[in-house]
Design a protein around this ligand. Structure first.
Ligand code: FAD
Length: 359
């Protein structure tokens, strides 16, 4: 089959890929976006129904178009975000091909070769924006394979229905754990375990403040100055459901257990707790499997970048994933700025390539 051509191929049509698409469209680039899912919305399509963004709509927007305020007020839900992303791709007529999973990106002469469900492509530049939802992370604890109850990760949580009256251990000290615990504690007997005492942000601090801090931090790192720590502020945004749980004392955390038994969990001092379910709210890792043939991953599992560009492969940019690709680049508000910087660099790169190939 003849390889398909485009100057830029974006992998992933979640918020990061769409933000890149917006700037590519504005720059009149020749580009295409491939997405593995058959419907729009990226990871938000899979989030649990009660999930609330930790920023109001006006601070959760992609370039060009504000996210509408939710009909009933408050913070937008995952479904609101899916609706927003669906509308966004249509409004800017972004050329998304789906379902089209990318299996491998390889070097092939002057271009990269991208093997996908929608054929083989040979772009000049690849922007990878595949997110993290697809690689849930569960840490190892002795006995984890012998628990007789149910274990699930944040990625598999779809609401409290099946937990009514159960004894549930929720693991993790972040926003997912706090929101899921807040909900489960209304129907189940919950125990929260965290590696260090969880720290709720002050009620007035939301995603906007976190974004500002991430930006200051990024600038300080670039300038070689002491960087303000994000963790200095706290970890968990006090969205209304979390505040409500805090106010009824449902957010008390225990230290991490040391072992899992067939009946439950035990701590190193011998304390044992029987439970029916363990919910692992222990985060995600970047979904970079399609880039494996390029052999770019460092020992920490991420690809070294300068800005968004892979240091060892200048034709590859990475968007989203985490702060290592730009300040707060894995959030809605942060995706915009990172995508703008990436596309500026990509367009300069294409221009230089062309100039060099002109006889
Ligand atoms: P994704 O949304 O995961 O999109 C990636 C796309 O790539 C998907 O559509 C997928 O189908 C596609 N894809 C993956 N692999 C391939 C492949 N090999 N080939 C083709 N396509 C592929 N951010 C905020 O701003 N505010 C919040 O309140 C907030 N709350 C969060 C709560 C939770 C529980 C989590 C997990 C995250 C939250 N985030 C929040 C962070 C962030 O906004 C999301 O993680 C966001 O979905 C990341 O967007 P993305 O575009 O990078 O990745």
């Amino acid at each position: 089959m003849t390889p398909r051509q485009a100057d830029v191929l974006v992998i992933g049509a979640g918020q990061a890929g769409l933000a890149a698409g917006y700037y590519l469209r504005r720059a009149k680039a020749d580009f295409v976006i491939l997405d593995a899912q058959d419907r729009p919305g990226g990871a938000w399509r899979h989030a649990w129904p009660s999930l609330r963004l930790f920023s109001p709509a006006q601070y959760s927007s992609l370039p060009g178009r504000m996210m509408p305020r939710p009909a009933g007020g408050g913070y937008p839900s995952a479904a609101d975000t899916v609706g927003y992303l669906t509308d966004y791709a249509q409004r800017y007529a972004l050329p998304v091909i789906r379902p089209a999973k990318v299996h491998a990106v390889r070097r092939s002469g002057a271009r990269l070769q991208v093997e996908t469900d929608a054929g083989v492509w040979r772009p000049r530049v690849v922007i990878s924006a595949t997110g993290t939802w697809w690689r849930p992370y569960v840490p190892y604890y002795p006995g984890i394979g012998h628990f007789n109850g149910r274990q699930l990760h944040t990625a598999g949580y779809d609401g409290p229905g099946s937990f009514r009256g159960r004894k549930v251990v929720v693991v993790g000290g972040g926003n997912s754990a706090a929101q899921i615990l807040a909900e489960l504690s209304t129907v189940a007997e919950t125990t929260w375990v965290t590696r260090r005492p969880p720290r709720l942000l002050p009620d007035e601090v939301d995603g906007k403040a976190l974004f500002d801090l991430a930006t200051r931090r990024h600038r300080a790192v670039l300038a070689g100055e002491p960087a303000p720590g994000i963790g200095d502020l706290g970890d968990i945004v006090a969205v209304p459901a979390v505040r409500e749980a805090r106010d009824r004392d449902a957010l008390k955390a225990e230290p991490m257990f040391s072992r899992i038994t067939p009946e439950g969990v035990t701590w190193s001092d011998g304390t044992a707790l029987r439970c029916d379910v363990i919910v692992w709210c222990t985060g995600f890792r970047p979904a970079l499997g399609h880039l494996a043939p390029l052999r770019l991953r460092g020992t920490d599992g991420i690809i070294p970048t300068r800005g968004t560009r892979a240091t060892a492969e200048p034709r590859l940019h990475l968007l989203g994933y985490g702060d290592w690709t730009g300040p707060a680049s894995a959030t809605l508000i942060g995706a915009a700025r990172t995508a703008r910087d990436a596309v500026t660099e990509v367009m300069a790169q294409l221009y230089t390539d062309r100039a060099q190939t002109v006889p």
